[in-house]
Design a protein around this ligand. Structure first.
Ligand SMILES: Cc1ncc(COP(=O)(O)O)c(C=O)c1O
Length: 330
């Protein structure tokens, strides 16, 4: 099995950089902040395959796969994985094959990210796996079988997160330093950890607030595992700022604060979030504004990491919409 840790090949160009930064004055006012206190970094607009944070990581991990001569990208994720969808898009862009190894049994009809996975030409392997260990083992088996058939598979890590993939977010942190020189705090969804790790390496632990999405049992350990290998990350001894109060009943569940965050962002700014990642990050930002951890007069950046297809593949969100909770405004 091929793993992708430094030393890397050169990154491959997949996205559109830099992503824009836009003001959020109406949302800021609704949260009791000054109108200029809140901006959004639009990493949902990274270009490839519907966009999202995973494109920055894939530039590095797929760059390494190409340097090794891979002809097939293999990766794992939840059925509605944005990372899996964007790995399929990267493969299509580069003329590679792609196999996505997913847990459990086929979700039908395919919706959201799964619909796009098929459209992008990925082969889906429903592995029956019930946990991360089983899923990793299934992906390893798939790579072995591909190799036996003469293919050259490269295994891209779960969530795209490795010290190598996190380099994409060191670059995002550097972009942010130029775009928002007075940045006080950037708020980001914390899943497999690579996004936060890169930002911490670039900006310092004190300026990054991660909102746990419940994807991992110990997300802090995941972030800590990636930072030492990153430029600037070796010096990071400061405690990580992580909120774990938005997980609710678990990864992917639709919580009350997430519903409120989705609704507020959509209605104040026309910004659409997803229920699993960015909705949780925004719920964490709202909680932080309420408890005083984000203060008026300081500049907060909300990192929009994409994930919109997940909204259309989320059964609880569809049921919520069906309950008539979205009346016309008077
Ligand atoms: C839309 C979206 N935002 C945020 C994240 C979290 O990023 P990371 O896995 O690097 O912690 C993910 C991960 O799957 C994601 O799909």
């Amino acid at each position: 099995m091929t793993t992708h840790e430094p030393p890397p090949g050169p990154p491959v160009a997949l996205g559109t950089w830099p992503t824009p930064v836009e003001p959020l004055p109406r949302l800021a006012a609704a949260l009791g902040l000054g109108e200029a206190d809140l901006v959004v970094k639009r990493d949902d607009l990274t270009g490839l395959g519907g966009g999202g944070n995973k494109v920055r990581k894939l530039e590095w991990t797929v760059g390494a796969a190409l340097a090794e001569g891979a002809d097939t990208l293999v990766t794992t994720g939840a059925p509605q994985s944005n990372h899996a969808r964007l790995t399929a898009a990267a493969a299509a862009r580069l003329g590679l094959r792609c196999t996505l190894v997913l847990p459990g049994a086929a979700d039908s009809p395919p919706s959201g990210n799964l619909l796009l996975d098929g459209l992008l030409g990925a082969r889906l392997v429903w592995s029956g796996a019930r946990g991360r260990g089983e899923l990793d083992a299934a992906a390893s088996d798939v790579c072995t079988r591909l190799r036996e058939r003469g293919a050259r598979p490269a295994l891209i890590p779960f969530g795209g997160s490795s010290a190598l993939g996190a380099r994409g977010y060191v670059r995002c942190g550097e972009e942010l330093r130029r775009q928002v020189p007075d940045l006080d705090t950037v708020v980001v969804a914390l899943g497999s950890g690579g996004t936060m790790a890169g930002l911490v390496a670039a900006l310092g632990a004190e300026r990054v607030l991660g909102v746990d999405t419940g994807a991992l049992d110990d997300p802090v350990a995941a972030v800590r595992a990636f930072t030492p290998a990153l430029a600037g990350g070796g010096a990071t001894r400061a405690p990580l700022r992580v909120r774990r109060d938005q997980v609710g009943a678990g990864y992917g569940t639709l919580t009350g604060p997430v519903k409120a965050a989705l609704t507020l962002a959509a209605r104040t700014e026309g910004v659409v979030l997803d229920p699993t990642y960015t909705g949780r990050a925004m719920a964490g930002l709202i909680a932080a504004a309420r408890d005083g951890s984000l203060r008026p007069g300081r500049r907060t950046v909300f990192l929009h990491t994409g994930g919109l297809p997940g909204l259309f593949g989320h059964k609880e969100a569809a049921a919520w919409a069906g309950t008539g909770v979205f009346p016309d405004r008077p």
